[in-house]
Design a protein around this ligand. Structure first.
Ligand SMILES: [Zn+2]
Length: 84
């Protein structure tokens, strides 16, 4: 991934984004897909995550069919009460 050091577009930080491996949750047609160890550039101030175009494309491609090599997981999905 190339170096990008321009300030975050969501906050006024002058700190450079940090290269990290993150976990990404995406949903397609009611099915959740959890991607682990996804390379991202993360703003150290606001936490916004930037993904390279080829990374986004790769995730989209993997959500088109049921993955044969994925690890099944279980989880809890819920809404918070309106009063929170
Ligand atoms: Zn930021």
């Amino acid at each position: 991934m190339g170096e990008r050091s321009y300030p975050c577009e969501f906050c006024d930080t002058d700190q450079p984004q940090a290269e990290k491996l993150v976990t990404v949750a995406r949903q397609r047609r009611g099915q959740w897909f959890i991607f682990e160890n996804v390379p991202a550039l993360v703003c150290p101030n606001c936490g916004h995550r930037y993904f390279a175009a080829d990374v986004l494309t790769a995730m989209e491609d993997r959500m088109k069919t049921t993955p044969e090599d994925a690890r099944p997981i279980t989880g809890w999905a819920m809404s918070l009460p309106q009063s929170v």
